[in-house]
Design a protein around this ligand. Structure first.
Ligand code: PHE
Length: 445
């Protein structure tokens, strides 16, 4: 069966059976909030860029969101069975092409181009996910990397070169907890075929200081903004910690967490670049670090924005609050929420479809291996646009006799722009039920 072509940012792509991008997500590819002056995502990018100055770092802000499966996964060492590759997690254009799930998709090409000692990429990224106030199928990330070349540093002494660069970075006086060793043979190995311990340690020190300086800048600006608006604002000292992490394309790897309102919040992933990547990119003599950070999450802290849907709002009451900030970051203020409209909850309870094996008889019980929660989330988003605040699973059970599985989700309808009447909510909800039956094959209970 022939499949339609689709267009993304003026380019045409042939789709196939892997295609799973709903119209609302496809439409977001043209928004590019990170390039929209005075938008909080743009302002957050500006603040981060200010801590990674040119010409050491070169900025790339216009890479297209359509990339190959190779760029997004293979080139970064993701194993063939990695769950991130599945159609329930990732938006595919066709079997070889997808909407990038992270800015790391562009690492290899920039290492290969080797135009600068470092780079920063800002871009929109796409992931199928749940519906709540901090998840949206499109968000923005920044990727950063810094490399040193064994063949270009004085006397081939990479360690000395890195410590010299480290000495040129400013210091800060924020308390940083960093209890994990520089590397751990099992959890977080040194790439000992490629780097000496001293080299990996030097890279790690430069990475950590650079990223600490970035969060210090963000939180200093956030506090200044709060104090401008609220003279009674009490400053709490920033707390930062490094924890071991795992990514297929760095080792050792770390996440940075920041203490915020009683919880440790993960803000970025980072690590020493896997040497295979640099070798495959034709620059085997380079050594370096990379990080990736989600911009909406940082912007939500910076501006006190309570709901991620607001970033996509064209409502003047949102946009107008940031006008002029791009040209003068010292004018930055926290977001002042406009009235919150009432919520309207509706439940949807359904039986998952039986699979063909049970339909064919033979005593096989119904199974639901094809069902993924993200499919429910996506149908709801597609039908309701941005009028649902969150969706939660409230009940699930398997019928002891038939083996069929039942699920119940609670959909919290709440518009950002108006009060939904019962009538409007009922209409939307009826459309959701119908779409779930048609597209997911469920049976409403
Ligand atoms: N791409 C990773 C993510 O999206 C973040 C990351 C980037 C980690 C670079 C390490 C190095 O989670």
């Amino acid at each position: 069966k022939a499949r339609a072509n689709i267009e993304v940012n003026g380019k045409t792509y042939a789709t196939d059976l892997m295609y799973n991008v709903p119209p609302n997500v496809l439409a977001s590819t043209s928004r590019k909030l990170h390039l929209q002056k005075d938008h909080p995502v743009y302002i957050t990018r500006q603040i981060i860029e200010s801590k990674f100055p040119a010409p050491t770092y070169k900025y790339h802000n216009t890479f297209d969101p359509v990339v190959s499966v190779h760029e997004n996964f293979d080139s970064l060492g993701f194993p063939p069975d990695h769950p991130g590759r599945s159609r329930s997690d990732t938006y595919y254009i066709n079997k070889d092409t997808l909407l990038r799930t992270h800015t790391s998709a562009h690492q290899a090409q920039l290492f290969r181009a080797s135009e600068s000692d470092g780079f920063l990429i800002s871009a929109d990224v796409y992931r199928r996910d749940e519906v709540d106030r901090s998840h949206y199928p499109v968000f923005h990330q920044m990727e950063g990397a810094r490399v040193w070349d064994r063949e270009k540093v004085p006397n081939g002494d990479i360690v000395a070169a890195i410590y010299e660069d480290l000495a040129r970075l400013p210091t800060h006086d924020v308390k940083v907890e960093d209890d994990s060793p520089a590397f751990d043979a099992e959890r977080n190995p040194l790439q000992d075929g490629h780097h000496s311990a001293a080299e990996a340690e030097a890279v790690a020190k430069h990475l950590k200081r650079s990223l600490e300086l970035m969060v210090v800048e963000i939180f200093t600006r956030a506090k200044a903004a709060a104090a401008r608006q609220d003279p009674d604002f009490v400053d709490e000292p920033l707390r930062v910690r490094w924890v071991e992490a795992y990514f297929p394309f760095t080792s050792p790897s770390w996440e940075m967490e920041v203490y915020y309102q009683g919880d440790w919040l993960e803000v970025l992933g980072s690590g020493v670049v896997k040497q295979e990547l640099l070798i495959n990119a034709g620059v085997p003599s380079q050594v370096g670090w990379a990080f990736g950070i989600g911009l909406e999450r940082i912007a939500m802290l910076l501006f006190q924005i309570p709901d991620i849907r607001l970033f996509w709002s064209q409502d003047k009451r949102f946009i107008s609050q940031f006008v002029g900030v791009s040209d003068d970051l010292d004018q930055m203020k926290r977001f002042v929420p406009f009235s919150k409209y009432p919520a309207c909850c509706r439940d949807v309870a359904f039986w998952l479809p039986s699979t063909s094996s049970s339909a064919a008889g033979g005593g096989t019980k119904a199974s639901s291996h094809d069902f993924h929660e993200n499919d429910v989330m996506e149908v709801i988003r597609e039908i309701t646009g941005d009028t649902v605040e969150d969706v939660k699973l409230v009940d699930s059970f398997t019928h002891p006799g038939t083996g069929r599985k039942s699920m119940c989700y609670r959909i919290n309808y709440r518009s950002l722009v108006k009060t939904l009447t019962n009538r409007e909510t009922n209409k939307l909800h009826a459309e959701v039920l119908q779409a779930m039956v048609e597209r997911l094959g469920v049976e409403i209970r």
